[in-house]
Write a protein of this length. Structure first.
Length: 78
Protein backbone atom coordinates (compact mmCIF):
# COMPACT_ATOMS: atom_id res chain seq x y z
CA UNK A 1 0.00 0.00 0.00
CA UNK A 2 1.49 3.33 -1.05
CA UNK A 3 -0.12 5.53 1.61
CA UNK A 4 0.34 4.54 5.24
CA UNK A 5 -2.24 5.79 7.76
CA UNK A 6 -0.96 6.33 11.30
CA UNK A 7 -4.29 7.22 12.87
CA UNK A 8 -4.32 4.38 15.41
CA UNK A 9 -0.93 5.37 16.78
CA UNK A 10 -1.95 9.03 17.05
CA UNK A 11 -5.18 8.14 18.84
CA UNK A 12 -3.35 5.89 21.27
CA UNK A 13 -0.60 8.46 21.94
CA UNK A 14 -3.19 11.11 22.74
CA UNK A 15 -5.55 8.85 24.71
CA UNK A 16 -8.48 9.55 22.41
CA UNK A 17 -11.05 6.97 21.34
CA UNK A 18 -12.21 6.53 17.77
CA UNK A 19 -15.77 7.34 18.85
CA UNK A 20 -14.63 10.61 20.38
CA UNK A 21 -12.73 11.53 17.21
CA UNK A 22 -15.80 10.76 15.06
CA UNK A 23 -17.97 12.98 17.23
CA UNK A 24 -15.49 15.88 17.21
CA UNK A 25 -14.65 15.67 13.50
CA UNK A 26 -18.16 14.90 12.26
CA UNK A 27 -17.59 11.64 10.38
CA UNK A 28 -19.20 8.25 10.81
CA UNK A 29 -17.47 5.37 12.53
CA UNK A 30 -17.72 3.40 9.28
CA UNK A 31 -15.84 6.10 7.35
CA UNK A 32 -13.24 6.39 10.09
CA UNK A 33 -12.75 2.62 9.96
CA UNK A 34 -12.15 2.80 6.20
CA UNK A 35 -9.57 5.53 6.75
CA UNK A 36 -7.86 3.68 9.63
CA UNK A 37 -7.45 0.49 7.63
CA UNK A 38 -6.18 2.27 4.53
CA UNK A 39 -8.97 0.86 2.36
CA UNK A 40 -10.25 4.28 1.34
CA UNK A 41 -9.67 5.56 -2.17
CA UNK A 42 -9.85 9.21 -1.15
CA UNK A 43 -10.43 11.59 1.70
CA UNK A 44 -11.50 15.22 1.66
CA UNK A 45 -8.89 17.78 2.58
CA UNK A 46 -11.42 19.34 4.96
CA UNK A 47 -11.74 16.02 6.80
CA UNK A 48 -7.95 15.65 7.07
CA UNK A 49 -7.75 19.22 8.30
CA UNK A 50 -10.37 18.60 11.02
CA UNK A 51 -8.67 15.38 12.13
CA UNK A 52 -5.25 17.06 12.29
CA UNK A 53 -6.69 20.07 14.12
CA UNK A 54 -8.38 17.89 16.73
CA UNK A 55 -5.33 15.62 17.17
CA UNK A 56 -2.96 18.62 17.08
CA UNK A 57 -0.77 17.03 14.42
CA UNK A 58 0.46 17.66 10.90
CA UNK A 59 -0.79 15.70 7.90
CA UNK A 60 2.69 14.18 7.64
CA UNK A 61 2.19 12.61 11.07
CA UNK A 62 -1.17 11.18 10.00
CA UNK A 63 -0.26 9.97 6.50
CA UNK A 64 2.98 8.90 4.85
CA UNK A 65 3.99 7.61 1.42
CA UNK A 66 6.04 4.41 1.41
CA UNK A 67 7.45 5.06 -2.06
CA UNK A 68 5.75 2.10 -3.72
CA UNK A 69 2.69 2.35 -5.92
CA UNK A 70 0.28 -0.57 -5.77
CA UNK A 71 0.49 -2.84 -8.82
CA UNK A 72 -2.97 -1.74 -9.97
CA UNK A 73 -2.05 1.94 -9.72
CA UNK A 74 1.25 1.38 -11.54
CA UNK A 75 -0.58 -0.24 -14.45
CA UNK A 76 -2.98 2.71 -14.66
CA UNK A 77 -0.07 5.18 -14.93
CA UNK A 78 1.85 3.12 -17.49
Amino acid sequence: MAIQVHLDALLKARGITAKELCKQVGITEANLSILRTGRGKGVRFATLNRICYFLQCDVGELLSFDGNLDQEEAEEHA
